[in-house]
Design a binder for this molecule. Structure first.
Ligand code: ADP
Length: 266
């Protein structure tokens, strides 16, 4: 569970952001962004004020998943400083590094440019009053992760993995970064994505395409909570492509699953 942090008085743009939750993974393609976006929507569905920050420099997918690819955030001048106005969609305030970095240039954006972009998105944006900010981190570990933990107080990280051994092995590495002495961010738990597949015509059958309970067992072995198990559903992919997150439909199977996930987090 997210525990409210005792923050020192913070006069930056982040001053009214109460909780910051990072969504991380060992590997790319395991559904980290899908989980981040739907968790943010599910948290907003509870009535909380929610922000979603897409910090995945290597594959910023939030603009597509929220159908705001063609929008550009406005920049205003306030007390002599330029401030970015987050875009509002599905009850979320959101910004993506994808608005500022051409994904084709991601590799040359490594290092100083990427870290200064992420700092601006955190500190020079008008987030206003926010109960939960969900951050979609790049996969693995790197400059963005370090910048995040050095710039703002994180409440904790959520690790997303598929059940496969290879994915789990990388989660371990990514998790060890959070636990380093100088960083020391608690891991709130694990979300097992693509946990099984159920065909529509055989609703009682579960097929464990990527192995059974890999992430669940990993969570148990490491004394972590299993925050959710999300099945493979064609609709997840389609809703991502269409820019309407599955969690916006609270009556759907996935909508229910993501609201359970949100309840496990807060
Ligand atoms: P990551 O952020 O880890 O790189 P994404 O969230 O972008 O991963 O997901 C990768 C692809 O897998 C996307 O096309 C997404 O729609 C699809 N996907 C993710 N989770 C599921 C799921 N539970 N069922 C079906 N497709 C999924």
């Amino acid at each position: 569970k997210v525990k409210a942090l005792k923050k020192e008085e913070d006069h930056s743009a982040m001053g009214k952001v109460k909780n910051i939750i990072a969504v991380a993974s060992g590997k790319g393609g395991v559904g980290k962004s899908t989980v981040a976006v739907n968790l943010a929507v599910a948290l907003a569905n509870t009535g909380a004020k929610v922000a979603l920050l897409d910090a995945d420099i290597y594959g910023p997918s939030v603009p597509k998943m929220l159908n705001i690819e063609n929008e550009r955030p406005q920049v205003i001048k306030e007390n002599g400083q330029e401030m970015i106005i987050p875009i509002e969609k599905y009850g979320l305030k959101t910004l993506s590094i994808g608005f500022f970095v051409n994904p084709d240039d991601a590799l040359i954006w490594r290092g100083a440019m990427a870290t200064s972009a992420i700092k601006q998105l955190l500190l020079q944006a008008k987030w206003g009053e926010i109960d939960y900010m969900v951050v979609d981190l790049p996969p693995g570990t790197g400059d963005i992760h370090l910048t995040m933990v050095q710039t703002v107080p994180l409440n904790g990280g959520i690790m997303v993995s598929t059940p496969q051994e290879v994915a789990i092995a990388d989660v371990k590495k990514a998790m060890s970064m959070f636990h380093q002495k100088t960083i020391n961010v608690p891991v709130l738990g694990v979300v097992e994505n693509m946990a099984w597949f159920t065909p529509e015509e055989l609703p009682d059958n579960k097929y464990y395409l990527f192995g059974k309970d890999g992430a669940k067992n990993f969570a148990n072995e490491h004394g972590l909570s299993l925050l959710g198990q999300i099945p493979i559903v064609q609709g997840v992919m389609e809703s991502g492509e269409k820019g309407v997150p599955a969690a916006t439909d609270t009556d759907s199977i996935l909508g229910k699953q993501f609201s359970k996930l949100a309840k496990n987090v807060i």
